[in-house]
Design a protein around this ligand. Structure first.
Ligand code: IPE
Ligand code: IPE
Ligand code: MG
Length: 254
C-alpha cells in the first residue's frame, strides 16, 4: 500500500461519527482584506460546500454546522439581513445538489424567529432529502444550547401534565430524546475556527464528551485539508469517558 493510501485508510478507521463545527472568523477574514463583513460570510459559504463534500467522502455520519446563534440576533440589523439572505439563497441553490449526493438535511433552532420564506425553504429541503442515507447535515440556525434545553424542559412538563410522561422516568436518555439532535449520535469532535476558545452557547448537552479542537484558521480559509488535519488530530486523542487509561487500553484490545 502506498504511504498516501495507508494514511487515508488509517484516517478512515478513526473518523468521528459526528463532527460539529463553530464556523467563526468570517468578519475578521473580510476585515483583513479591507472588505465588508458580508464578503466574509459569502466566502464562508464556499467553505461550507467544501467541508460538507469532504466530510461525506470521509464517511462522517453527521456534520452539524453552527450557522447563526440565538445571540447573533443582537448583531446590527443589516448584518442579520445579509446572513438570512445568504442562508436562504444558499439553501435554494444547494438543496438539489445535496439531494443528488444523498445528503439528508436537518435544521435545528428556533424557527419561529426566521422569516416565513426561510421556514418554508427549510421544510422543503428537509422533506426533499428525508429518505437519503448518506451524510446527515445538521444546520443550526437561530440555535442556542440553552434554548434547546429550555424547550426540552417545557415539552417534558407539557407531556407530564397531559399524562404522556411519568416524571419518575425522566433520565438522561429521556432528556436526549426531547432535545434537537434526537436520533443522532453525539458529536465526537467539536471544531471551532477563528481562534476563540469558547462554546458560545452551542450544543451544551451534547458536547459533554466531545473532543474539543480550537484552530486559528478563519472559517473562510478552512477547507478539505484543514478538515483532514482536524480528523488526524482527533485520531491522536485518547477518549477515556471517565475510565482510567489502563481500562481504555483493555477495551481497545478486546
Ligand atoms: C461567524 O463569523 C459567522 C457568524 C457568527 C454568523 P463572525 O461573523 O463571527 O466573524 P468574526 O468572529 O467577527 O471574525
Ligand atoms: C459563534 O460565533 C456562533 C456562530 C459561529 C454561528 P460568534 O462570533 O457569534 O461567537 P462569539 O460572540 O465570539 O462568542
Ligand atoms: Mg465571531
Amino acid at each position: 500500500m502506498s504511504d498516501v493510501s495507508a494514511e487515508r485508510n488509517d484516517r478512515r478507521r478513526h473518523v468521528p461519527r459526528h463532527i460539529a463545527i463553530v464556523m467563526d472568523g468570517n468578519g475578521r477574514w473580510a476585515k483583513a482584506r479591507m472588505m465588508p463583513r458580508q464578503a466574509g460570510h459569502r466566502a464562508g459559504a464556499e467553505s461550507v460546500r467544501q467541508v460538507v463534500e469532504a466530510a461525506g467522502k470521509m464517511g462522517v455520519e453527521v456534520l452539524t454546522l453552527f450557522a447563526f446563534s440565538s445571540e447573533n440576533w443582537s448583531r446590527p440589523q443589516e448584518e442579520v439581513s445579509v446572513l438570512m439572505d445568504l442562508f436562504l439563497r444558499t439553501l435554494e441553490k444547494e438543496s438539489v445538489r445535496l439531494h443528488e449526493h444523498n445528503v439528508r438535511i436537518r435544521m435545528i433552532g428556533d424557527r419561529a424567529r426566521l422569516s416565513r420564506r426561510l421556514q418554508e425553504q427549510m421544510a422543503s429541503a428537509e422533506a426533499l432529502t428525508a429518505d437519503n442515507t448518506g451524510l446527515t447535515l445538521v444546520i443550526a440556525a437561530s440555535y442556542g444550547g440553552r434554548w434547546d434545553l429550555a424547550r426540552a424542559a417545557r415539552r417534558m412538563a407539557q407531556d407530564a401534565r397531559d399524562g404522556q410522561l411519568d416524571p419518575n422516568e425522566i433520565n438522561e436518555q429521556c432528556m436526549t430524546s426531547y432535545l434537537s439532535l434526537d436520533g443522532l449520535p453525539e458529536p465526537d469532535l467539536l471544531i471551532r475556527t477563528g481562534g476563540e476558545k469558547r462554546i458560545s452557547n452551542f450544543l451544551l448537552w451534547h458536547l459533554a464528551y466531545a473532543e474539543l479542537l480550537f484552530v486559528d484558521t478563519l472559517w473562510p480559509d478552512f477547507g478539505t485539508d484543514e478538515l483532514h488535519a482536524a480528523v488526524d488530530a482527533f485520531a491522536g486523542r485518547e477518549r477515556r469517558f471517565g475510565m482510567t487509561a489502563e481500562q481504555v487500553e483493555r477495551v481497545g484490545r478486546a
